[in-house]
Design a protein around this ligand. Structure first.
Ligand code: UDP
Ligand code: MG
Length: 322
C-alpha cells in the first residue's frame, strides 16, 4: 500500500513564497502520487506561526481550492521549532510518516522521492543532509559549521549539516511526543529517539522570495539553546577550572610566603594575595559542586524517556512445549 505522508511546513510571514511553494509542491506531490510513492490521504500541512501578513488568508484559500492542503493556525508566534512540533504532532495520528521542510523550498524537493523510498525500505528517520554550503555567505557557513563542531565536542549527537529537512515515521513521531521539554531543539532530540535511520543528500538553493526569518540574534539564541539543552559539560567545566585554580593557588601561596620571608614583600601583601588565590579557587570549586547538582536536577526536570523498546522477541505460553 502507498504510504500516507504529511508534509509539515511552518510559516511565519511567508506570503511572498506561499503561492509558488504551493504550486511547486502540488506538482511534485501529484508526480509522486502517479509514481505510486504517496497514498491518496497524503497532505501538505501548513502551520501558521502567528504571521502578521496574509499568510493565513492564503493558507485558508489553498485549503479550499487545493485537495492536498491543510492548515493549522497558532494563536501567536512561538518560533520555528514549536510551530514544527505542532505540525508533527498534528500529523502523528493521521499519517504513516511526516516530512518537515521550510516554506521557502530552499531544500531541494526533488529529494522527496528518496525520503519516501528509504522510508519504504524500513527507515524510521531519514535526515536530509546538505551537500555543500556554497549558497551561504562565508559568515553563515563558518558559524554554522563551527556550531556543529562545538556540539560534537560537548558530546551532543547531531547530524552534520542537517537542518530540519527530515522524514519521521509514525512511531518515531510517537517517540518524539515523549520529550516534554520546553526549550526545543529538534535536531538534537531526533537522534536520541533511536530506530533505524539513513541520510539523503541534496543541494540547498537560495530563497526565491521573502527574507530569512532567522536573523543573527535568533540564530545565536537557537545555537545556545542547542548547547544548553543537550549538554551539562559547561557546568562541569567550572569544577575543572576550580581544581586548576586551587592547584595554582598552592604555587601562588608558596611564592607569596617566599617573598615574605625573603623580605621582598610589602607588609600586608602576603596575607591579601594568599586569601585571594585560595578563596578564588575554593569558590570556583564550590560553584562546580553546585553546578554538578544543578546539572542533575536539569536532567531530572526534562524527564526524558529513559529507554525505548524497538522489538521484543516474546514467547507466548502456548509456544512452550511440554
Ligand atoms: N519560521 C517560523 N517561525 C518563526 C521563524 C521562522 O515558523 O518564528 C519558519 C519560516 O516560515 C520557514 C522556516 O521557519 O518556513 C525557516 O525559516 P527561514 O527560511 O527564514 O530560515 P533560514 O532558511 O534563513 O535559516
Ligand atoms: Mg530558509
Amino acid at each position: 500500500m502507498e504510504p500516507t505522508i504529511y508534509f509539515v511546513i511552518p510559516c511565519y510571514n511567508e506570503e511572498a513564497v506561499l503561492p509558488e511553494t504551493t504550486r511547486r509542491l502540488t506538482e511534485k506531490l501529484e508526480a509522486m502520487r502517479q509514481a505510486g510513492l504517496l497514498g491518496p490521504d497524503s497532505r501538505i500541512l501548513y502551520v501558521n506561526d502567528g504571521s502578521k501578513d496574509k499568510t493565513w488568508e492564503l493558507i485558508s484559500r489553498y485549503h479550499q481550492e487545493n485537495p492536498w492542503v491543510e492548515g493549522v493556525k497558532l494563536a501567536h508566534n512561538r518560533g520555528h521549532q514549536n510551530a514544527l512540533l505542532c505540525g508533527l504532532m498534528t500529523a502523528k495520528d493521521r499519517c504513516d510518516a511526516a516530512i518537515s521542510m521550510d516554506a521557502d523550498l530552499q531544500d531541494d524537493i526533488d529529494a522527496l522521492d528518496q525520503f519516501v523510498q528509504k522510508f519504504r525500505e524500513g527507515c524510521d528517520v531519514v535526515y536530509g543532509v546538505r551537500n555543500k554550503r556554497d549558497t551561504d555567505t562565508w559568515f553563515k557557513r563558518t558559524t554554522a559549521e563551527g556550531f556543529y563542531k562545538v556540539m560534537k565536542l560537548l558530546g551532543v549527537d547531531v547530524v552534520f549539516n542537517h537542518a530540519d529537512y527530515r522524514l519521521m515515521s509514525q512511531r518515531a513521531l510517537e517517540g518524539l511526543s515523549e520529550y516534554k521539554e520546553v526549550n526545543l531543539f529538534l535536531r538534537g532530540i531526533v537522534p536520541l529517539i533511536g530506530y533505524r535511520s539513513d541520510y539523503v543528500y541534496y543541494d540547498r538553493h537560495e530563497r526565491f522570495a521573502g527574507e530569512s526569518k532567522y536573523p543573527l540574534k535568533k540564530m545565536l539564541s537557537f545555537a545556545l539553546d542547542g548547547i544548553t539543552s543537550f549538554s551539562v559539560k559547561p557546568l562541569k567545566l567550572i569544577s575543572s577550572l576550580g581544581i586548576l585554580i586551587s592547584v595554582l593557588s598552592v604555587f601562588g601561596l608558596l611564592y607569596a610566603l617566599i617573598s615574605y620571608f625573603a623580605g621582598w614583600a610589602v607588609s600586608g601583601w602576603t596575607a591579601i594575595v594568599c586569601s585571594i588565590w585560595l578563596l578564588g579557587g575554593l569558590q570556583m570549586l564550590c560553584l562546580g559542586v553546585v553546578g554538578g547538582y544543578i546539572g542533575k536536577i536539569y536532567s531530572e526536570v526534562k524527564a526524558r524517556p529513559r529507554y525505548r523498546v524497538e522489538t521484543y522477541l516474546e514467547k507466548k505460553p502456548q509456544d512452550t512445549q511440554e
